[in-house]
Design a protein. Structure first.
Lengths: 462, 103
């Protein structure tokens, strides 16, 4: 019923915008210095409808992405061409298979191969077994392992695997110790997403916009930007969760079934391909191939060798790729139509305000991302961030990406949070207190120490 | 809805044991074994697995893991599977009762 209401409301909104009455009502009430062109108005309509559908999830998120594409081609494109703007439908279509989409496809393939051979599970068990029955050490091991895997693999698969390992141990503990141990998994999975461009879709969306401006950091540069944030946030999470534990010396048993991996050619080929791909990403400055091109290597190797089969191909999250593509398509609409300039005309735009604009947009993104999809939030906020600064968009875009990923106060904030909550061992308030603390401190650190570090690394304009 | 009670083809028993397996091809399979004569009755490949009374993490452990679009879609998927399973179960039992079959 709620979904039907959301769809109806979206159609009514679309109809209102589509009428000349809507256009005249909006434009007649604007001051002269904020004139809204017809094509920017259409882009505003598409943005509004997309935002409504993404926030309410009245339809699957990827459906909204395809709806954005449809509206851009059949409505916005003719209006832009009539206005004399040189634009072709391919500019909207190509966003659905850009370099960044290829990069993420490669990342998903790596994740699928590692998971199929249980390499991730084997690694996690080794690290957790090393920690032993010492709660602070175990919690730190879980945090580090989950975050590290989450930097390279699917957050969901990492969380599911780690919860399966941690829950039998956690269930032996009293509630006040059980909850912090379980929470270490989703928080670390979220934090790990900061570390690499493939760690989280908002990172990839930021990279794509930065590539369009010619200022994209390399894979290695993002790793240098993100790794200190990951380390710092993990220590913050560890401290916060330990602070919730009154009796840390409670004894428990490390009950885990061990998994063994068979040292066959599939295993060595998988390990070799993973290492080669990561090396290829890190050295793009030398071989001059984009990260997306390098990402084709694991796709080709794993499927040609039949380590992954066509069922695995169909099981890849194509809807997430479509969601990202739709956001990039919307971004093209917003920038090419002039809507970004119109929105930015209401905001201060001198060079001193880049930091404050980044902080403002980051805060808005964090609030939105706390209650809706991170990727959808990035889709909506990034085009505006790009329009705010033509000369130095990097801190704005990276700041928004970090803010989207750091939002983790509620079960609906991220899929790992939802998975931990659905174990029925965590209450909303038990997640909210540490989650909100980590989110707020994380935002403060991002726009203070993090902002300083970006300038040290050479992120222009920081 | 078409409803059948599975009977063992060897001894006709309707008392079975389910053996759950995740194989090397990442398929989730159920081997149905007759509790009476211990013969293999059937094998199913699972999709939309629901373990009544268990939380969503059990659901995620058994299914091939799919990347959800959002946290809400993950929670919704589990709730839809659960309600679908419970509704289907009640309907199947009622259908068997109406056909005068032992449930």
């Amino acid at each position: 019923m709620r979904q039907l209401a959301g769809i109806c409301f979206a159609l009514v909104l679309l109809g209102s915008f589509a009428s000349d009455f809507g256009f005249h009502t909006l434009t007649e009430n604007l001051p002269a210095e904020h004139t809204l062109s017809r094509q920017a108005y259409v882009a505003l309509a598409i943005l509004s409808v997309a935002a409504l559908l993404w926030i309410t999830e009245a339809v699957p998120l990827f459906v909204t992405s395809l709806f954005v594409l449809l509206l851009c081609i059949v409505w916005l494109l003719p209006v832009m061409q009539d206005s004399g703007i040189d634009v072709d439908r391919s500019e909207f279509l190509q966003q659905f298979f850009s370099d960044i989409i290829l990069l993420f496809l490669g990342g998903f393939t790596l994740s699928a191969a590692m998971h199929k051979l249980q390499l991730d599970l084997w690694l996690s068990q080794k690290v957790i077994a090393w920690a032993g029955p010492n709660l602070p050490k175990l919690m730190l091991s879980v945090l580090i392992t989950t975050a590290f895997l989450s930097m390279w693999l699917s957050n969901t698969a990492t969380t599911a695997m780690m919860l399966a390992l941690v829950l039998p141990i956690a269930l032996q503990l009293p509630t006040e110790l059980r909850q912090p141990l379980i929470l270490s998994v989703p928080f670390a999975a979220n934090i790990g997403g900061l570390g690499t461009p493939i760690g989280s879709p908002p990172n990839a969306i930021a990279m794509e916009y930065l590539q369009q401006t010619g200022n994209a950091p390399s894979f290695l540069t993002w790793l240098i930007i993100g790794s200190p944030s990951v380390v710092g946030m993990l220590l913050l999470a560890w401290g916060t969760l330990l602070w919730m534990c009154p009796n840390r010396d409670t004894s428990f048993e490390m009950s885990m079934s061990s998994v063994s991996i068979t040292p066959n050619w599939q295993l060595w080929l998988t390990i070799g391909t993973i290492l080669a791909t990561i090396a290829g990403w890190m050295t793009s400055a030398f071989h001059q191939q984009s990260s997306g091109t390098v990402a084709l290597v694991p796709v080709l190797v794993f499927f040609a060798s039949r380590i992954l089969n066509v069922r695995d191909l169909r099981a890849l999250p194509w809807d997430v790729l479509l969601l990202m593509g739709g956001g990039l398509c919307l971004g093209t609409a917003i920038s090419e139509s002039g809507l970004a300039d119109w929105i930015v005309s209401f905001l201060p735009s001198d060079s001193d305000s880049i930091y404050w604009n980044a902080l403002l947009l980051g805060s808005v993104a964090c609030v939105m991302s706390s209650v809706m999809s991170n990727t959808a939030t990035a889709n909506l906020i990034m085009p505006i961030a790009l329009g705010m600064s033509e000369t130095s968009p990097e801190p704005l875009l990276v700041g928004v990406a970090f803010a989207c990923t750091l939002a983790m106060p509620l079960p609906v904030s991220t899929p790992p949070n939802a998975m931990a909550f659905s174990t029925e061992q965590i209450s909303v308030s038990a997640m909210l207190k540490p989650g909100l603390a980590i989110t707020l401190v994380g935002i403060v650190l991002t726009f203070t120490l993090g902002y300083w570090w970006w300038s040290v690394v050479g992120l222009a304009g920081s | 809805m078409e409803v059948h009670r599975q009977t063992c083809q060897a001894c006709g028993s309707i008392n079975h044991r389910n053996i759950l397996v995740r194989d090397e091809k990442n398929r989730t399979l159920v081997f149905v074994r007759c509790s009476q004569c211990k013969e293999l009755v059937a094998r199913y490949e699972l999709d939309g697995y629901y373990h009544h009374g268990k939380s969503a993490d059990a659901f995620t452990r058994v299914q091939p893991i799919e990347e959800p679009e959002s946290a809400r879609s993950y929670l919704r998927t589990f709730e839809n599977t659960k309600s679908d399973a419970l509704e289907g179960y009640e309907t199947a039992l009622e259908t068997l009762r109406q056909a005068d079959k032992e449930v």
